[in-house]
Design a binder for this molecule. Structure first.
Ligand code: HEC
Length: 119
């Protein structure tokens, strides 16, 4: 009985995490287009944080190639894009990009910064 309970909890847990992983699935190709159009000015065409607009910024844009961004979860980055970062030129994009577009661009950023919790 107890073993069954444990097993079913594990199965439910696995399917929930699978479902969550799926819900973030975005289209990388479309994400690249969005990134080059809206984000590269600050974050650089290669995601290194060296876009042409940085001269005017007080806070430097995120360099997605830095190890720090590998330790951020999809959720951290997703919320950063959606809501922006407080007291920084990184405003939220919820009013300009659809949820699907935010997922697409997140997938593209993950190509520079694959999630690796050990940095
Ligand atoms: C006006 C310049 C500018 C533009 C345009 C811009 N960003 Fe940013 N972004 C920043 C800055 C500056 C930071 C760093 C904020 C900080 O660390 O305080 C940042 C940080 C981030 C972060 C990290 C959030 C975190 O949790 O640390 C993500 C993700 C991000 N930007 C994604 C994007 C995406 C996607 C776009 C395009 C849709 C975009 N940015 C457009 C300036 C910009």
């Amino acid at each position: 009985m107890f073993v069954r309970l444990v097993l079913s909890v594990v199965v439910v847990g696995l399917s929930v995490s699978w479902a969550l992983a799926q819900s973030y699935s975005g289209n990388t190709k479309n994400g690249e287009r969005i990134f080059q159009q809206h984000c590269a000015g600050c974050h650089g065409t290669t995601g290194d944080g060296l876009g042409p607009e940085i001269k005017e910024l007080i806070v430097p844009p995120a360099n997605f190639r830095a190890p720090k961004y590998r330790t951020k979860t999809d959720m951290d980055l997703y919320l950063g894009i959606k809501r922006g970062v407080l007291f920084s030129p990184m405003h939220g994009w919820a009013d300009r990009l659809s949820d699907q577009e935010i997922r697409d661009v997140l997938n593209y950023i993950r190509t520079f910064a694959p999630f690796n919790p050990l940095g």
